[in-house]
Structures are given as structure tokens and as C-alpha cells.
Design a protein around this ligand. Sequence first.
Ligand code: ATP
Ligand code: MG
Length: 321
Amino acid sequence: MSILEVKNLNMGFYIDEKFYPVLKDINFNLKYQKIHAIVGESGSGKTLSCMSILKLLPSNSQITNGEIIYKNKDLLKLNEKEIKKYRGREIALIPQDPMTSLDPLYTIFDQLYEVIDIHYKMTRNDAKEFIIDTLKKVNIINPEERLNNYPHQLSGGMKQRIIIACALLGKAKIIIADEPTTALDVTIQAQIMQLLLKLKNENNVSIIFITHDLALVSQYCDEVSVMYNGQIVENANAYDIFDSPKHPYTKALIESIPTITGNKRIETIYGNVPSIYDKIDGCPFHLRCKYCFHTCKKINPNFKKVDNHIVRCHLYSNLDV
Ligand SMILES: Nc1ncnc2c1ncn2[C@@H]1O[C@H](COP(=O)(O)OP(=O)(O)OP(=O)(O)O)[C@@H](O)[C@H]1O
Ligand SMILES: [Mg+2]
């Protein structure tokens, strides 16, 4: 069962009065109580895909097509006042850099109380117990003492936990976590991942998890969308992605995961992700693809169902041009 459906999402930027498409026909379904990974190299459009869901896009951007269905409503049709009711309450965002969500001028208590004040009628005194309980749920030690701290007094991992606490206080049904662990060391990273897993299992939260890190995906995620140059090139469940990747880009990403024993030679993917200014004919990955043949240079492949995967690649499209 899906809780959120992203359908044919297209967006781009106006730069010097010229329109540059960035996201092209993004389609994926977030299943209820699952962790859905969005993976891909830097610049592939992961953040913009997720920011589109909450309409938190830069002012020079435009969504040109698509629907984002949540509770039978198309979120893209909502105006600013209406979508505000969803942000934080229904769908919460955990950004890569927690300082962008925490205000350095306010104490942790003030910031968490603000969430409560928006959503519940509760005095500061009554809210205190509630907040302390929530901080315990996100494994903050000595929560009473932390309430009077300012963000700069907390470690990176603790700040991420405070933001996750905000999502819990707002009773979010969906959490969008945009590389929430990239800035953290490996032990803290594992703790934050465990915490997300706990929210999924105990609080019925569904999670979109953006990452570069395929090792984390294999360990924690249920579904995977692989992005390249503003397109999803492969969608499948995590088991199938790692067991039998279909798209050459997915294969290359998996081959570039370092192994613990280090006895496998790490393959790197030749070349760079194109920028939004590059106009590429055919499949955007063909310039880096070791399976590229003539059709790939001319036609951008459409989606095709192959086994349990949805994949955009001519190797499976039986086209001969
Ligand atoms: N405000 C903007 N104006 C113009 N182009 C932008 C803007 N924001 C992002 N882009 C471009 O859109 C593309 C997708 O950006 P996005 O931030 O979604 O990538 P990403 O996959 O999240 O990358 P990263 O892994 O580095 O966070 C990139 O090429 C980026 O340069
Ligand atoms: Mg990003």
C-alpha cells in the first residue's frame, strides 16, 4: 500500500530567462511503513525531487507537470497556506545540515515548543513533560539539561536527533531524510539509522531516505530509486536491486561499493554527471555506459518493467533504430 505517489514530476529552473529542465518524469511510490532510498551521484536531482513534494523549491524554479498524491489530494495543487499544514505535521524534513532547520538564537526547548504550539493547545509547563518524553524516544541522554542548550552546544548527531524529535512531536506520517548522516561519523550514523528504523517500526512512519551510500541502503532500506541526471533510471525493492541490478548505472554504483575485506577491486564510474546546462541526445547515461549502442545515442529510453524492476534502458527495450 502506497502512502505517497509521485507521478510524472517535471521541474526546472529559469536562468537568464531561459528554462532548463532538471527533473524529467520522476515516478515512484512510497509504500506505507517502508524506507524508500533515493540514490545517485551529486547533482542527479535527489534533493529537488524531495523538495518538490513539500513545494520548498527556489523561486526561479517551476514544476511543469506531475502529481504528488497524498491522502487522495494532489499536493502540487495546494497553495502556500494549504501546503504549510502538511509541512512538519504530515510530512517532515530532516536536512543534511541540521543547522539549516535549527535556529541558532533559540534554545532547544523553545524550538520544540514552537512545534507543539503550532499543533496542540498546550502550556509551556505541560509541554515540558511531553518534550522530555519525546527526547527520550530519540535517545537523548539527560534531556532535562538539554532543553536549555542552544544548537551550537550540541554535537551533530544530537542536532539530528532534535530534528527527528520535531518530526515526532508533529506526528509526521512521512519523514524525508536528505542525507541525514553524511556529516556524522560512522558510529553516530548507525545510531541515527537505527532510530529511523525504530520510528518506522514503532511509530508507523514511512521514510524517504536520500543518500550516496549504497552500503546504508542495503542495510536499512526496503525500496530503491536510482537517479541519474534528473531521471529515475531504476526502481525496485532493495533485495532485487542488489541481487540483480538491471540498469548499467545501478550496476556501476554497486560495483563501486567498497567491501570490508577490500579484496574486490573497486570499479569507478568513468566521467561526470552532466550539469543542467548540458543537452544530451538519447539516454543521458550513454556517454558513460560500457553497454552503449547506437540506439542509446539517439533515443532516451522509456520505462519498462523487467522482472520486478522498472528500468529505463535500451538493453531491455528491444528497439532497433
Ligand atoms: N537554485 C538552483 N538553480 C539552478 N540549478 C540548481 C539549483 N539548485 C539545484 N540546481 C541544479 O539541479 C541539479 C539537481 O540538484 P539537487 O540538489 O537535487 O542534486 P542532488 O542529487 O541532491 O545532489 P547532492 O548529492 O550534491 O545533494 C544539479 O545539477 C544542481 O546544480
Ligand atoms: Mg542533495
